[in-house]
Design a protein around this ligand. Sequence first.
Ligand SMILES: Cc1cc2nc3c(=O)[nH]c(=O)nc-3n(C[C@H](O)[C@H](O)[C@H](O)COP(=O)(O)OP(=O)(O)OC[C@H]3O[C@@H](n4cnc5c(N)ncnc54)[C@H](O)[C@@H]3O)c2cc1C
Length: 493
Amino acid sequence: MKTPVDAKNITIIGSGIGGLSTGIILCLLNYNVTVVEKNPLPGGLMRSYRRSGIDCSVGVHYVGALGEDEPLGKIFHMLGISVNDLFERMGLDGVIDRYLFDDFSFDLPTGIDAYEKNLHAAFPGDKTAIDAVIKNLRDISGRMLDPSFLINQGDPFKNIDYLDSIGEYLQKHDASIGLQYVMAIPAQLNGVHLADCPLIFHHMVLASYLFSSWRLKENGSKMAEVFAERFRHLGGRIILSDSAEKIILESGKISGLLLQSGKAIPADVIVAAVHPKVLLGLLAPEALKVSYRQRILNLQETEGVIVVQVSVDARRHQEIPHNIYDIHIDEKAVSPNGIFYQLRRGDAKGANLLSIITKSSYSEWSKWENTKSGLRGREYEEKKLSIAHDLLRNAGKVFGDLQDSKIIDIFTPLTLRDYVCAPEGSCYGVMRSVGQLLKIASLNNVPIPGLYLAGQNAMAPGVLGSILGSFEAVRRIVGQEKFAEIIKAMAAL
Ligand SMILES: Cc1cc2nc3c(=O)[nH]c(=O)nc-3n(C[C@H](O)[C@H](O)[C@H](O)COP(=O)(O)OP(=O)(O)OC[C@H]3O[C@@H](n4cnc5c(N)ncnc54)[C@H](O)[C@@H]3O)c2cc1C
């Protein structure tokens, strides 16, 4: 780890959950903090948008571990943000996710005991594999509940056993194809195929939803505003509609940030809560060794998605308190061809919102790679609509007649690329696959004094992973000893 920096002015690039949570902690530690955001409104992927009077989610559909004694609940408490103002519990009907396969279904419940019971009932021939998975899951979830988890960052790179692929682990225990597919969903929530997903990331995501699962009470924009307001209240400054253009170095050290508007902000420390490839673009070529630069450029991204937002008649299609995954088993496929559905409260006029999400590769949209959002032309719009209609027809098999429903928005990997600068429209940033772990581990050691990464690319994706990435950035800025003191003091408040 770098020597802690004696900093006063800290500038954070990006106002997603990663940037704002880093900003809140640094303000609590009395630094002068400025967040720079290229978009007109703060929040990045956590922010929702409105179509036909309905709030549509982008990157927060459900979140785990927000209970009082659970990791994310404790973090929210430290940040001074009320969980209950923003979120409500899911799974009170006993189901968090329902996985629908062609000839069976599986329910993800709350709690490891209930999960174990459901696994044994669904896959009676898989006792050895299930026992092995549950043993690791209990160990990892126990560590996540340990008070030292936030201080040591639950450092995923510490326990070498858990870095192996969960897919290989299951095969070693002769898991049936059905069990492998059930286990493939938490891998997908990391943006990785089962065969490439490190066991630690798989089990951390799974454990967090098994602790307790939550949906937004209102919408992502409210969440974004609550985070932004908390940051401002603590003295933080947010500059909107101006993107970071160039990191200014003096004698190899950070001295400021130049914005697109021409404004220059003095800074002793810069935290890049953006993708590392975006960070590369902000540095002069000679600022980094060719090998480091190349390592970042060669990183494989997580896959993109297409998202279809549909307004449905609320009387005929009431809110469903759990999520649905529609999965077709194809033994030859590397990973499941799955579709995620969430049917939620919509607007006061009697419409609910059905969100449909499925994988969509960047290459599928390469024809429009050099176009901008809103200006891609008719052929692009037609292609989006045609995919959306196919997805809607498929949704009809799950939800019944959707004939009088209305598609109110469709977004593709290109939309995400343009909205938050996600290379290749990647959903969860760089891919945390077994093969890339070592390269990723070295990412956080940006070889420039005063420059740090935060957000989903610093540790892990998702709301929990991104905030853990922010904690990691702060730990590196202030040093382990001070960080441990601070976390203990914040936890006791
Ligand atoms: C479709 C989808 C569904 C998801 N669902 C869930 C879910 O249900 N639960 C969950 O936990 N996670 C979910 N995620 C993942 C989660 O949303 C992300 O992991 C998390 O929001 C990432 O936060 P971040 O701050 O790292 O990045 P971002 O939110 O991408 O923030 C980066 C910010 O930096 C800004 N920026 C970029 N370049 C510049 C620049 N040069 N200058 C200034 N600003 C810049 C961007 O505009 C953006 O605001 C989902 C993601 C997607 C895409």
